[in-house]
Design a protein around this ligand. Structure first.
Ligand code: ATP
Ligand code: MG
Ligand code: MG
Ligand code: MG
Length: 436
């Protein structure tokens, strides 16, 4: 994209309403704009990040054997009355009436809807197990929407659901998702630690949250410092081998990690003192096993192998896709701006033309821009070099290809790596080879 023709409205000033660094940087880098409390529009560069995150989620869900679907954002109150959650959910649920005075709601999660779909579609034990997910907007009327997209009211979530015949199968699905989640976060270039967690309004008795460690996190967490260094998203494990799923789960859960609600002093005391860490985390995902809670309440049964009807065992699995954009920035930035991990950066590279209008410089920039195509953001604005440097650091693309008249005359550019700050004078082909 050419910056001169793009809606990437960067800001020099720090927006007064933003309390934490990721919110400030998302506004300053022109990724989002607030529409009302906790409700944001995603501008072109921000949407690229959101899509990159969603696509990693998609690829890893597919690898783990989950099928993608898309359910509506608006749900009927009837569905939620069946599970008993319509009244229980409270003021966090946005309730709506249509023109016929029917009670509707903007979905905060989808256990009921998918249970109803399965009830209509699946009759036999032969149709199970199944795993399905969607990536869809949710609405929760949070008491205190804050920190930008970290706690929005409208937010983008991956929500997945598993249906198994028995407890053993459900546990396998749960472990499969834990492995998928660890691989997903690893590919995004962040460390997310799996922690024993409370189940809250979803219900059930087994749950883990995935936390990116950051001082601005809203959750108190206790963990073994080994989680700061061990391999988290290992490729050595095979989804098709139950023993692998069990081994991975055991490895992740044998080290202590718990949110403050689940903190257990007795177990904590057994962690060697020099490895005890107490800090803050941003919850970027959570997985739940809740058995037959919804299949019973909503009367979803299948015919079992012996002819008797049974209630499928369920779990659900969430990832905060929009929250991750902010959480990753909390974990990866410096005073100058965002430092995007390669896999989710809106662009691979910024091309900085330091002498816009100079024939040789322009021509060289165009050549590089042609070669990089949609992976590059070409700063072709009539602006001072200092402004271009500052904006490139702020936007945080992994590479900066800096083109000035002196180098251009020799067919050379300066290549800067945003994360390390390393710079090198290179001919175009070598620079392109590094960026691509
Ligand atoms: P929190 O504890 O932060 O309120 P939650 O436990 O209520 O989150 P879940 O029901 O577990 O949320 O939803 C799955 C994921 O959706 C969360 O792990 C989080 O990453 C994301 N999420 C939840 N609420 C919000 C929100 N208000 N804004 C952005 N993302 C959210
Ligand atoms: Mg919540
Ligand atoms: Mg929570
Ligand atoms: Mg949660």
């Amino acid at each position: 994209m050419r910056l001169s023709r793009s809606l990437i409205p960067t800001l020099k000033e720090t927006p007064a309403e933003a309390q934490i660094v990721s919110h400030r940087l998302m506004l300053r880098a022109g990724l989002i704009r607030q529409q009302s409390a906790g409700i944001y529009a995603w501008l072109p560069a921000g949407l690229r990040v959101l899509h990159n995150i969603a696509n990693i989620v998609r690829e890893e869900q597919a690898r783990a054997g989950s099928q993608e679907i898309l359910m509506p954002t608006i749900q009927s109150a009837e569905l939620w009355r069946e599970s008993g959650r319509y009244d229980a959910y409270g003021p966090e649920m946005l309730r709506i009436r249509d023109r016929h005075d029917r009670e509707m709601l903007y979905g905060p999660t989808n256990e009921e809807m998918l249970t109803a779909i399965m009830r209509d579609s699946v009759q036999s034990y032969r149709d199970l197990p199944q795993m399905l997910y969607q990536i869809q907007w949710k609405f929760r009327d949070e008491v205190r929407p804050r920190f930008g997209v970290l706690r929005g009211r409208e937010f983008y979530m991956k929500d997945g659901y598993s249906f198994d015949l028995d407890y053993e199968g459900a546990v396998e699905s749960y472990r499969r998702m834990m492995l998928a989640y660890m691989r997903t976060f690893k590919r995004m270039g962040v460390r997310a630690v799996p922690m024993r967690a409370d189940t809250g309004p979803i219900g059930g008795n087994l749950s883990h949250e995935f936390h990116i460690l950051a001082p601005t996190g809203e959750s108190g967490v206790f963990y073994d410092s080994s989680f700061e260094t061990i391999e988290l998203g290992d490729d050595a494990y095979d989804y098709e081998a139950r023993a692998d799923l069990d081994a991975f789960f055991d490895r992740m859960t044998s080290l202590y990690a718990a949110t403050d609600e689940k903190h257990d002093e007795a177990a904590w005391a057994k962690v060697p003192e020099d490895r005890r860490r107490e800090g803050r985390g941003i919850e970027v995902g959570q997985i739940f096993y809740f058995g037959t809670k919804y299949s019973q309440a909503m009367n979803f049964t299948v015919v079992g192998p012996d002819g008797a009807r049974l209630h499928p065992e369920m779990g659900s699995y969430g990832i905060g896709v929009s929250r991750l954009t902010g959480a990753i920035i909390e974990a990866s930035h410096d005073e100058a701006g965002i430092i995007w991990p390669d896999a989710i950066a809106p662009f691979r590279a910024s091309i900085l033309n330091l002498r816009q209008g100079d024939q040789v410089t322009d021509a060289l920039c165009e050549r590089i821009y042609d070669a990089l195509g949609r992976d590059a953001l070409y700063d072709d604005r009539e602006a001072r070099a200092g402004e271009k440097f500052a904006d490139a650091d702020l936007m945080g693309h992994p590479w900066q290809v800096i083109v000035g008249p002196r180098g251009a005359a020799k067919g050379q550019v300066e290549l800067k790596h945003r994360r390390t700050g390393e710079r090198a004078e290179l001919d175009i082909e070598s620079a392109l080879a590094k960026v691509r």
